[in-house]
Ligand binder design. Structure first.
Ligand code: HEM
Length: 443
């Protein structure tokens, strides 16, 4: 047991005060450390090889634990939260919705949303980029999910309802006492209203899609028409709704935060920004950038990889043991919470020299090391690896490149941008001023 635990709260106050610092300190210790949230012990795995070992054994280390339980009871048993037994059935049904062919279709929505946003700005305007990127991410995922007649309205509603819903889910992760969330306080009422509003929108969309049965080429159509290879079964309305919630919960925060971090990092590192722009100019020229171009932009890819190293949106993940397990010689009982921090793994000095430094060139083919590759896992590992990895790796650079093409972004004031930990890790605040690029800069 680590020092500093209080009788009933455990390490809760230290975690709530500065979660990143708390977990980084624990990483100095051993392969597995025990942290207490209230009276609940969490087994924190601090070595990348051990994290990979547990992620590759989803039967022993099932999805669950502190970050999932509270979410599952509210958001349902979709692919992101369900236990391994259900996941074996759900994931193959959903996988075709993320086929390359589908991503190319979704990328047209991504391009269009980013282009509309970039065209809506005016010279010298100041914008809060965290909010802007999260709203854009909500619009993109809603419009790739739903492209029917109600899509634009659904996107607006999700943009409005998602932040209070997420804030409530986060509170439920760290404050497991259910009664606290039932007290009719404004924050609890806002959460209940947001959650029921989101459920209502999804039910309405599913009803519309069922009525005409068409495949509209979007994510909801893909999920609705997908079948279980073995049984031929399709998803019921309730299952579909849970999958849509899974997608919203995983897609918006991650891509919104990654895009905001990318804009921040490029503004802070004008050399890297210049190299990205030069590569875009050389490779894409004057025409509209599209998803196919992304494979030909190695400089941009290294910058993005480095941003996802420094700022992995899912900074802390959890599992629960279904039976006693031994990991790195350390024994963990059955039904125990196991956690690991991608943020800390990605900043381990043993894998990444000068770990806090932004250095995209550490990903150059002749510099990248085996330790680095082992420690880097922004999309997770194993059977629960992100199903939207290609989607995210298409959306984030498409958005940022589209914005950069028109605008030069710089931090508005002397704000210190630091990570803010909610469900995911995002910049605390990112006010930026946009300056229209002169013709010479537009590629
Ligand atoms: C930069 C963007 C993204 C990052 C860094 C990211 C990261 C992750 C990580 C780390 C996991 C694994 C969680 C665990 O092991 O417990 C995950 C799972 C998942 N992600 Fe993503 N994600 C991103 C974008 C997306 C997008 C755009 C979607 C959907 C459109 C998505 C859908 C999912 C789903 C459904 C899961 C659960 C997969 C499963 O359990 O089979 N993600 N993501």
């Amino acid at each position: 047991m680590l020092p500093g635990a209080m009788p009933l709260a455990g390490h809760l106050w230290q975690i709530l005060r500065d979660p990143l610092l708390f977990f980084e300190r624990q990483h100095r210790h051993v392969g597995v450390a025990v942290v207490r949230v209230g009276t609940k012990p969490l087994h924190l795995v601090t070595r990348p090889d051990l994290v990979r070992q547990l992620l590759n054994d989803p039967v022993t280390f099932d999805k669950g634990g502190i970050f999932i339980e509270g979410v599952r009871s509210l958001a349902g048993n979709g692919v992101a939260t369900c236990p391994t037994a259900d996941h074996k059935v759900q994931r193959p049904i959903l996988q075709p919705a993320f086929h390359h062919r589908r991503i190319v279709e979704y990328s047209k929505v991504m391009e269009e949303c980013a282009d509309t946003l970039a065209r809506s700005w005016s010279d010298a305007q100041q914008l809060e980029m965290v909010r802007t990127m999260h709203r854009l991410a909500a619009e993109v995922v809603t419009r790739t999910l739903f492209s029917g007649p109600g899509a634009a309205h659904a996107a607006q509603e999700i943009q409005r309802l998602f932040p209070p819903m997420l804030a409530g889910l986060y509170r439920r992760m760290f404050i497991p006492a259910a009664w606290v969330h039932k007290v009719p306080l404004p924050i609890n009422i806002a959460f209940d209203t947001a959650l029921s509003g989101i459920h209502r929108i999804i039910r309405r969309e599913i009803r519309t899609y069922r009525a005409d049965g068409r495949d509209r080429g979007d994510l909801l159509s893909a999920m609705m028409h997908a079948t279980d290879e073995n049984t031929g079964a399709t998803l019921t309305d309730t299952e579909l709704k849970e999958q849509v919630i899974s997608m919203l919960m995983t897609a918006i925060e991650t891509t919104g935060s990654a895009a905001a971090w990318l804009l921040h990092s490029l503004a802070e590192n004008p050399d890297a920004e210049g190299a990205v722009l030069e590569e875009l100019r050389r490779t894409v020229g004057d025409r509209q950038l599209n998803a196919q171009d992304l494979g030909n932009l190695p400089v941009f890819r290294r910058v993005l990889t480095e941003v996802l190293r420094l700022y992995p949106p899912f900074w802390l993940l959890s599992r629960v043991t279904t039976r006693p397990a031994t990991i790195g010689g350390y024994r963990i009982p059955a039904h125990a919470d196991v956690v690991f921090s991608l943020y800390c793994l990605h900043r381990d000095p043993k894998a990444f020299p000068s770990p806090h430094r932004f250095d995209p060139d550490r990903w150059l083919p002749d510099r990248v090391t085996a330790e680095q590759k082992q420690a880097q896992m922004p999309f997770g590992v194993g059977t629960r690896k992100c199903i939207g990895d290609v989607y995210g790796l298409t959306e984030v650079p498409l958005i940022v490149a589209t914005v950069l093409r028109h605008w030069r972004l710089r931090h508005a004031t002397d704000v210190t941008v630091t990570p803010l930990v909610k469900g995911t890790m995002r910049p605390n605040s990112l006010p930026m001023v946009v300056t229209r690029r002169t013709a010479a800069f537009v590629y």
